[in-house]
Design a protein around this ligand. Sequence first.
Ligand code: SF4
Ligand code: SF4
Length: 133
Amino acid sequence: MEMKGWNEFEIGTLLFPFSDEGSQNVEKHSDKREYRQDSSYTASVAHWRVEKPVYNNDHCINCFNCWLYCPDSAILARDDKLKGVDYVHCKGCGVCVDVCPTNPKSLLMFTDHIQEQDALAQWPAKETKKKGA
Ligand code: SF4
Ligand code: SF4
């Protein structure tokens, strides 16, 4: 599949990812999905990334917020479970981390060069709410 650069599109262009319904693609890994010719998949901007989201399965409740809001279709899911991040397409925007509702979050941003096991070892503990705060 030919990859286009972000600057080959008109300003304001909307990039819809799939050639069929999104719900038909949620269970498929990225290499099995039906992408449109001009989409956020063919126009990968992963080289923008300086930080990456790391996924921690220990806290995830599989709410799919991150999958829904990711602008690059870079959240992978299968069998009703989150499976991680497609770093070929993730641009490191952090939207998935913002919308993750768990405590602690199940996705956190780390420098792009960190190894997954090192990121998981630094995961914060659950925050306790202070009374009256
Ligand atoms: S940081 Fe998260 S929301 Fe942003 S492109 Fe990567 S996976 Fe998608
Ligand atoms: S938003 Fe967080 S809790 Fe929900 S599926 Fe994504 S990683 Fe899991």
